[in-house]
Design a protein. Sequence first.
Lengths: 304, 135
Amino acid sequence: MRARGVLAGMAMVAVAGLGWVEAQEAVTRAPTAADWAAMSKLPDFGGVWEAGGAPRGGGPGPGAGGPGGAPRAGGAGAAAPGARPGGPPAAAPGAGAPRAGGAGGARGGRGGGMQLTPEAEARRKELQSRPAEDTSAANCLPPGMPGIMGQPYPMEFLLTPGKVTIVIEAYQQVRHIYTDGRKLPEDPDPKFHGTSIGRWEGDTLVVDTIGFSPLTQIAANVPHDGNMRIVERFRLTDPDTMTIETTITDPGVLAAPLVSNRTLRRHRNWTTAEYICEENNRNSVDQSGKAGLNLNPPGSSPQK
Amino acid sequence: MRILRASLIAVAGALFAVAGVSAHHSFSPFNMTGEKTLVGTVKEFQWTNPHTWIWLDVPNEKGGSDRWGVEGMSPNYLGRRGWTRTTFKPGDKATIVVHPAKDGSPGGIFVRATLANGRTLTFGANDPPEPVTQR
């Protein structure tokens, strides 16, 4: 009897606890048949997309790991120059963080376009004066937003009632964008991808994101100050072409909104592949920013 | 117009391809302007993320051999451009050009390779090189 009372009490606490949690978060409603029917009116964002520059016409179909088959010259133009990755060293520190204009963007990251406040400019100069050899991405830390949207890997859009989910192959990341009418939280916990809501303006998906981890940055050597806001407008400009206009505001850092454009191409014959960065990561960076390289052959005992 | 467009595509391709390697790390441990040619026998090809590694036994002047690690792009990237997990097989004779490690360690970044059957490999499978990227 007494035990039953204790159990009941525990149950009440549990229920109360759940109720408290729910009060903090928007409720995801069960979709109705009408919700599913409405999906057919949305533009076709489905499938696997990659930033422009990927092979046109597609190389071999399945992503990584497909068995056998002789290599074909499927990747017209795009990848061949990569045989000589002796590009400007400046490209390297940008790893994981976009340059102004957006890595892979239609404007090509040629610099310019980013106007910093005097404080942010001073901060950038300070960071540049003691350059790190690498970023935490070398340790497999994902870049978060906005950098994760500029990786040279595909992403897949999943549309379901009340939600758009972006599956990003690089670092195997996911963005959750709620399109069910909920509001952004007042004071969300800082996250790598922030907290996102979306709405459809005609055929354009407009995504509003706030609340970013201090471990993300606007661009190389340009940290945000906690007030970064990112508005992205996704739309199809061609049956298999998507443009993303990204506007970043952060009044303490950016003297003017930073607008960039990126073009994605849909690859109907691709699937999103697995990407476990820790599988065989031999690169590293320490806290002082010094890069490391592990050349111990597989199966050998660690060298000293 | 066509030439301009081709150039733009090639330049974009070069940037893209560099980003392909550097998406997750910098090139700072490597001498990216230097090239070293390795001639040896494949011990193992690691078809793994975040990067592939070719382990190549290269004869040294002491009569033995050194095992070199050659870092390439990810299987995800290369798999969409014609490579497979058997592109290099244990026992294959290969000539591989790398950007070598700055500190003299037996490692480098893959530049291009020639297999015993004469096939030439780049990150873009057997695409011809695009001279415009030399700018």
